[in-house]
Design a protein around this ligand. Structure first.
Ligand SMILES: Nc1ncnc2c1ncn2[C@@H]1O[C@H](COP(=O)(O)OP(=O)(O)OP(=O)(O)O)[C@@H](O)[C@H]1O
Ligand SMILES: [Mg+2]
Length: 336
C-alpha cells in the first residue's frame, strides 16, 4: 500500500450505490443513468437521473437502472457511472490518475462472466478487487467470521436476497435468490390490480410499502390514501390501503425468500448450525427494514433473527475492511 493510495469500498446495488472510505459511507446515489438516445451518451446519473423519470420525453431520453438483480446490465454506463462517482470523491481527475484501490462487492454465486463485468467496469477507475456481498456485510457488522464458528447473514436488497453461512473467512454454504424489495413492490401492484381493478405504478407501491407495509399484522394498523387508475375506464380513482392488505400482498414473495434461507440452513453442517442457533442470524439490506421482517423470519425458521444496527451501509463499510484481509478472504477452501 503506497502512501498516496486511497482505499474505497463500493457496494454497487440494484437500487443504490454506496461508497465508503475509512469504514464510513461517504456517498450514496441511485444506480440510475439517463442516456440521450440519439447521441447514445450518458447525460445524468444518480439522483439527478432518477429525478428525470416520467419528466422527460421517453423517445429522447432513456432513464434506466444500470444493474438488474445485483448484476451489471449496462456495462458501458456502469463504467461511466463509477468513474463519475469516484471522480467526485477525489475532487477531480487527479484522483483517477492516482488509481485508487477499489473493493467492489457482488452478489454471492453469480457467474464468472457476471463477476468479470463488474471488475472490468471498475478497472478504468482504479485497481479493482472483488468481495462477495455476504462477506462484506458480515465484516461490516463485525461478525467473527475468521473463527471456526458458524456465522449466518441474510442480506435482503432491492433486486436480490442472499443467505450465507461464513466460517474461517469463507462462505461454507450460501444461496442468492434474484428476488428482493422491488419484487415486493411488484406484488403490491398486482394485489391492487386484482382486488380493486386499479393500476398503480411501482414508485407508488414502494411508497405504500415504506409508509404502511409490514411482514406481519401490526397491533395498530396503518393506512394510506393513494390514487390509482381504473383498469377499465382509465379514470383516476382514490383508494385507501391498510397494513393488513400489504401483509397479504407480500406474503408469497416473502415465502420464497424464507425458503432460500431455510435451504442454506439445512445444508449447513450440524456444528455450524448449532452456533447459528445460539448467536442468531444477522439480518441486513434495505428490505430487512420492512416492519416485522425479523419477527416473521424468526417464526418461520425457528432460529432467532436480529436486525443489525447498520443494515444499509454494512456492505460498503465491510468492503473497506476487506482491503486489509484480501488474501485471507481468498484462500480456496472447499465450498458446499
Ligand atoms: N423502511 C423500509 N421498509 C421496507 N423496505 C425498505 C425500507 N427501506 C428500504 N427498503 C427497501 O429496500 C430496498 C433497497 O435496499 P438496498 O439499498 O439494500 O438495495 P440494493 O443494495 O440497491 O439492492 P441489491 O443489494 O439487491 O442489489 C428497496 O426495495 C427499498 O424499497
Ligand atoms: Mg445491496
Amino acid at each position: 500500500m503506497g502512501m498516496f493510495s486511497k482505499e474505497l469500498g463500493i457496494d454497487l446495488g440494484t437500487m443504490f450505490t454506496r461508497i465508503a472510505e475509512d469504514g464510513v459511507v461517504i456517498l450514496e446515489e441511485p444506480s440510475v443513468v439517463s442516456v440521450d438516445i440519439d447521441r447514445q451518451i450518458m447525460v445524468a446519473l444518480g439522483r439527478e437521473a432518477q429525478g428525470m423519470i416520467g419528466r422527460v420525453d421517453a423517445e429522447q431520453m432513456q432513464v434506466t437502472r444500470i444493474l438488474q438483480h445485483g448484476v451489471v446490465a449496462f456495462y458501458e454506463y456502469t463504467e461511466k457511472f463509477l468513474e463519475a462517482l469516484v471522480k467526485r470523491i477525489g475532487g477531480g481527475m487527479g484522483f483517477l490518475r492516482m488509481r485508487p484501490n477499489l473493493m467492489i462487492t457482488h452478489p454471492f454465486g453469480i457467474t464468472s462472466v457476471e463477476r468479470r463485468a463488474v471488475q472490468e467496469a471498475a478497472l478504468s477507475v482504479g485497481d479493482a478487487r472483488l468481495v462477495p456481498q455476504p462477506v462484506a456485510a458480515a465484516l461490516g457488522v463485525d461478525l467473527p467470521i475468521g473463527t471456526p464458528s458458524g456465522n449466518m447473514i441474510v442480506l435482503l436488497g432491492a433486486g436480490a436476497s442472499q443467505a450465507a453461512v461464513i466460517a474461517m473467512h469463507t462462505i461454507v454454504s450460501g444461496e442468492t435468490l434474484r428476488i428482493g424489495g422491488l419484487d415486493l413492490d411488484e406484488a403490491i401492484v398486482t394485489y391492487v390490480r386484482r382486488k380493486y381493478g386499479l393500476i398503480i405504478g411501482l414508485p407508488t407501491a414502494e411508497q405504500v410499502k415504506l409508509r404502511i407495509g409490514a411482514a406481519i399484522p401490526l397491533d395498530e394498523e396503518l393506512s394510506i390514501d393513494i390514487q390509482g387508475q381504473d383498469q377499465v375506464s382509465g379514470l383516476p380513482k382514490p383508494l385507501t390501503l391498510t397494513t393488513g392488505e400489504i401483509v397479504e400482498a407480500v406474503e408469497d414473495t416473502l415465502d420464497q425468500i424464507f425458503e432460500t434461507v431455510r435451504r442454506v440452513l439445512e445444508k449447513t453442517q450440524p456444528e455450524l448450525a448449532s452456533d447459528i442457533i445460539d448467536r442468531g442470524i444477522a439480518l441486513c439490506g434495505g428490505a430487512a427494514l420492512l416492519r416485522g421482517m425479523d419477527k416473521l423470519m424468526t417464526q418461520n425458521l425457528g432460529v432467532p433473527v436480529y436486525l443489525v444496527d447498520n443494515p444499509l451501509s454494512c456492505v460498503a463499510e465491510g468492503a473497506c475492511r476487506a482491503h486489509g484481509m484480501y488474501d485471507l478472504l481468498n484462500r480456496n477452501l472447499p465450498q458446499i
